[in-house]
Ligand binder design. Structure first.
Ligand code: 13P
Length: 283
């Protein structure tokens, strides 16, 4: 059964670990994260961006995730990641998604509140959970591009007002991470995270975890992060291995022969990230 992220994240908050949210794109990548989470007894959030839904289609993702949940016995949530269009969120909730991020972080504060509230009221009616973002993360996540000049860290006072006004289930905070590949090692603003944690009670989410040294992510989890989003670091070994196999064997036409090694390469990273989150053995 597909779950919402509600209980999963509350358990993580109480247990001082984080649930990994892995972005997937197709059957192969979904299988990698579901099988790995199952083998490691970790709860799992499978995340898809709007362009992944355009590519794979929401009903396919719901069907695949349902099969994964049934066969693996792992608590699995499927999550709409960085959705800006309310109509699209409602449509995907209607076909079985139980978790959504409404990303209205580009809008002025009051408009972000209004848009988020509308999603919360719809989602809660269907027992689905809502994540929203305050502050802006620099970088590229599929179609979402934020320049350095537009990046902004989350303000703790605004976070209190925002959570109260919207009734969201989790809050994505901007504390120095970025989407995509880092140009230099990121420096997370741990003081800001601790301040936000002290005044906000909902689970907190760290986006842009690819390329952040594991000790920094672990420290963020100690300070209250309960969901860690990883996309780029999973995609890269998959693509690199696929490229290598096809170059080495230009006549190979059997998808199982070139997707197999790519899945293995991705799995190694999924294992590392589950260990980093401390979610192994929690399901
Ligand atoms: P990365 O691609 O940097 O891992 O970011 C993932 C993310 O935050 C998805 O929302």
């Amino acid at each position: 059964m597909i779950l919402s992220t509600r209980q999963m994240l509350l358990d993580a908050q109480a247990g001082h670990y984080a649930v990994p949210a892995f972005n997937i794109h197709n059957l192969e990548t979904l299988q990698v994260v579901a099988d790995t989470a199952s083998e490691m007894h970790s709860p799992l959030i499978i995340a898809v961006t709007p362009s992944t839904i355009d590519y794979a289609r929401d009903e396919y993702v719901v069907a695949m995730a349902n099969i994964a949940a049934k066969h693996t016995n792992t608590p699995i949530a499927i999550h709409l990641d960085h959705f800006e269009d309310i109509t699209r969120i409602k449509k995907s909730i209607d076909v079985g998604f139980k978790s959504a991020m409404i990303d209205a972080s580009k809008l002025p504060f009051e408009e972000n509140i209004a848009k988020t509230k509308e999603v919360v009221s719809y989602a809660h009616h269907y027992d689905a959970t809502v994540e929203a973002e305050l502050g802006k993360l620099v970088g590229v996540e599929d179609d979402l591009v934020v320049d350095d000049k537009d990046a902004a860290y989350t303000n703790p006072d605004d976070a209190v007002k925002f959570v109260k006004a919207t009734n969201i289930d989790s809050l994505a905070v901007a504390i120095g991470t970025a989407h995509g590949v880092y140009k230099e090692e990121p420096k997370l603003d741990f003081d800001r995270l601790a301040e936000i944690r002290a005044v906000v009670d909902v689970p907190l989410v760290l986006h842009g975890a690819s390329g952040v040294p594991a000790d920094q992510v672990r420290k963020a989890i100690e300070l209250g992060i309960t969901k860690v989003n990883i996309a780029t670091e999973l995609k890269m070994p998959f693509a690199e291995t696929l490229r290598k196999v096809l170059v080495e064997k230009p006549n190979e036409s059997d998808p199982r022969k070139y997707f197999g090694p790519a899945k293995e390469a991705m799995k190694k990273v999924a294992i590392e990230k589950i260990l980093m989150c401390g979610s192994n053995g929690k399901a």
